[in-house]
Design a protein around this ligand. Sequence first.
Ligand SMILES: NC(=O)c1ccc[n+]([C@@H]2O[C@H](COP(=O)([O-])OP(=O)(O)OC[C@H]3O[C@@H](n4cnc5c(N)ncnc54)[C@H](O)[C@@H]3O)[C@@H](O)[C@H]2O)c1
Length: 393
Amino acid sequence: MTATAPGAAPRRTLKIAMNGVTGRMGYRQHLVRSILALREQGGLPLGDAAGTVLWPEPILIGRNEAKLRAIAERHGLTEYTTDLDAVLADPSVEIYFDALLTNVREPSLKKAIAAGKHIYTEKPTATTFEGALELARLAKEAGVKNGAVQDKIFLPGLLKLKRLIDGGFFGRILSVRGEFGYWVFEGDWQEAQRPSWNYRAEDGGGIVVDMFPHWEYVLHNLFGRVTSVQALAATHVPQRWDEEGKPYPATADDSAYGIFELEGGAVAQINSSWSVRVNRDELVEFQVDGTEGSAVAGLRNCRVQHRSATPKPVWNPDLPATYAFREQWQEVPDNGEFDNGFKAQWELFLKHVVLDTPYDWDLLAGARGVQLAELGLKSHAEGRRFAVPEVSL
Ligand SMILES: NC(=O)c1ccc[n+]([C@@H]2O[C@H](COP(=O)([O-])OP(=O)(O)OC[C@H]3O[C@@H](n4cnc5c(N)ncnc54)[C@H](O)[C@@H]3O)[C@@H](O)[C@H]2O)c1
C-alpha cells in the first residue's frame, strides 16, 4: 500500500509493463482509454471499508525510445524503456501487457510468464493454436493470473443483447447473423485506416486470424460454444499501398464468410470484410432470431421485435413494399451507463489480480479464439466443414 496525503483514499499502486504502446491499439484503447482513463477518474475503487483505490502505474515499453518519450511527455508519465528484460527483472512490476504485432507476441509472453508476471494480452494470443495452448499451460504452471482481450462482449450493444438473453426474451434461439466490416482504403489515393501488416499473411495479417477470435468469444459468451466451422475466405483487393506509399501484394484474406454451429443447436453466420461499404447503422451488427422474438444489436444500440408485434408480409414482387420494416422495431433502453469496453475489461482483470475475484477471459479462452481461426482457415483451404473440439489444458 502506498502512503497518501492525510484524508485521501489509500492507494494500492500496481505497476504494469505495457509493451506495444506506440501501436494503434496499445496507445489508444489500452493506454489512453483504459489505464490513463482510470487514473483520470482517481483510480479504481477496490470496494473495501478504507476506500482503497487501485492506482495503475504504466511503464511504457517499445523499440523506439524517442516515440516512447514523446508519449510519456504527452501524458505526464515518467517511466519508459526499450529494455524489456530489465523491466521483467524488476520485482515491483506485477503485470505484463502485450499489444505487439501478433506474430512477435509469443516470445515476450513466455519471458513474462517465466519472470512470474501476471499476463494481460491482446488477441490473437498466438499465431498457432498449439502456441496459444502452450501459453495457457505455462501461465497455469507458473501460477500467474492471465487474461486475453475480449472487448466486444463489453460493448453496450452486446451487453443489451446479453440482458435480453438473460431475461428470456428470445425463447429458443434459432440463428445469429453477423455482418462486420467497412471499406479499408487501399492506400493509393487515400491513406489506409489500418496498418499494412493486416493485409500480409507473412506478417500475421488476415481477417480470419483477426476476427474469428472475436466471433469465438462473442458466440461462446452469449449463445454457446462453437461446435463446428465452415468458412470461405477471399482476398478481394489484391494490391494495396503501405505506410510509405509503396505498392505491395495483399497476401492475406480481406473477407471471410463463416458458418458456425453452436452448442444448443443455433446456427451463426458471420460475414467479416474490409472490402465492403457500410449500409447498416453500425460497423458490426448481429441479428438474433428466436421463437419468441428477434433483436439486432450493434456496438451501441439494440432493437427488438417481439413475436406479438411481428408483421405478416406476403411475398409479392409485383407490388411495392407495404411495410416500413425497419420502423417496426423497438429500441432497447440503456438503463445504465456504459464504459469503454477495453476499460471495463481492464477493471475486471485488475480486480482479479489484486482481489482474486473470478475472471473467465483468460489465455485458455484466448486459445479457443486462435483454434477457431486456425480451423476456419483449414476449412477454407480444404473446402470442408470442421468440428471444433472442446479445449482444455
Ligand atoms: N481487440 C481488438 O479489437 C483489436 C483490434 C485491432 C488489433 N488488435 C490486435 O492488437 C495487436 C496490435 O495491432 P495494432 O492494430 O495496434 O497494430 P500496430 O501496427 O498499430 O501496432 C503494433 C505494435 O507492435 C510493435 N511492433 C511491430 N513489430 C514489432 C517487432 N518486430 N518487435 C517488437 N515490436 C513490434 C509496433 O512498434 C507497435 O507498437 C495485434 O495483435 C492485433 O491483432 C486487437
